[in-house]
Design a protein around this ligand. Sequence first.
Ligand SMILES: C[S@@+](CC[C@H](N)C(=O)[O-])C[C@H]1O[C@@H](n2cnc3c(N)ncnc32)[C@H](O)[C@@H]1O
Length: 405
Amino acid sequence: MDFPFNRLRRWPDVEADNLQAYDATDLLLVERALSLGIDGREIAVIGDEYGAITLALTDAGLDGIRVHQDLATGRRALARNAAELDLAGFSSHELDATLLDGVRLVLLQLPKALAELEQIADAVTRWAAPDAVLVAGGRVKHMTIAQNEVLGRSFAEVQAERAVRKSRLVVASAPSPAPSDPPFPVTARHDGLVLVAHGGAFAGARLDIGTRVLLEALRQAQGPRQPQGPRQPQELRQAQGPSGGQASSAGWVAEPVEATPAETVVDLGCGTGALAASYALAHPESRVIATDRSAAAVASARATVAANGVADRVTVMHDDAGSELADASADAVLLNPPFHLGNSVHTGAATRLFEAAARILRPGGELFTVYNSSLGYRAELTRLVGATEQVHRTPKFTVTRSIRR
Ligand SMILES: C[S@@+](CC[C@H](N)C(=O)[O-])C[C@H]1O[C@@H](n2cnc3c(N)ncnc32)[C@H](O)[C@@H]1O
């Protein structure tokens, strides 16, 4: 195979000397697909990070490959790499029937989260051909027996192969009949807030501890928007949960109060939409934009805002670092940044979102950030956004407010 893997780029994802646009697992998956001699129209690729698998197979003459990538960055990188190498003849899909209908070979870069793997395995049994084979690969150091067990719930045969160049393939065959109800999305209630999660969404339907700490801090730092004059006792009411029930005083929704000027608030890297939905419930006049680069997160956030009855006031966008939002268009940004890039710890992912927040905020606008206190982001936030103060701290987390200069 003489495909020029080293011409592939990760852009617009973070690029650095220790971060590559392909790995040995991509090569193993491509070699396996070529050795099986299956028609490109019967092959689906899932988790092709920057397009290495799809493009190498297309370059080898396989036509009609279908590909699903969760990340907006990966989709853009694939499009750019394809244009650069002048390759066409494949199609991009969501994780749905159009991706898998009639497919006999699924090539998978194993995801980090078991729930994401479970949703993918279910999708293959639900929509692919009855004799479909799933060939999943990963770096040995990131693979676990639990992944085989998850695959074993959807396939009668699961065979782990010998490691090659520190990567390993696991072949799952003989798909079991799909259960009538898909395992995802899952739903959970948290004191007045409903969270809905697809398999690949951060924290699942749980309310992440960092997210809780940020919501607490927002209640203290901002409180509900105050109408003119002293508050009347009837305004000191509890938020109504989406089920009509009352949120407890420890609930995750601040009290709604009378109308104030509408604000534009961005939940940057929204995950399941916990911050966006909670903010929209607490501030009925605000306009909230929830944006994430993960398609699983976006599908989850859409379902979350619908479940909380705020879909008319929250726009959910699949985008990289809010790139489609105009400069200086937001009054506030809420951010619980990632500190992992795939399987590698790299603070570049958070830096990208700080830079995005600085661009999106109007001068004087506020960025609320929560992070593990050991990461000490305050100096970087001050440099990239503006004056930054600590507004809340727990033994593990720090919340800061940065005022856009
Ligand atoms: C720690 S999670 C927080 C999720 C959610 N805001 C919460 O508090 O539960 C970080 C989120 O940022 C998203 N993310 C990472 N890099 C991003 C980027 N460049 N553009 C948009 N979203 C990104 C991840 O997909 C993930 O959903």
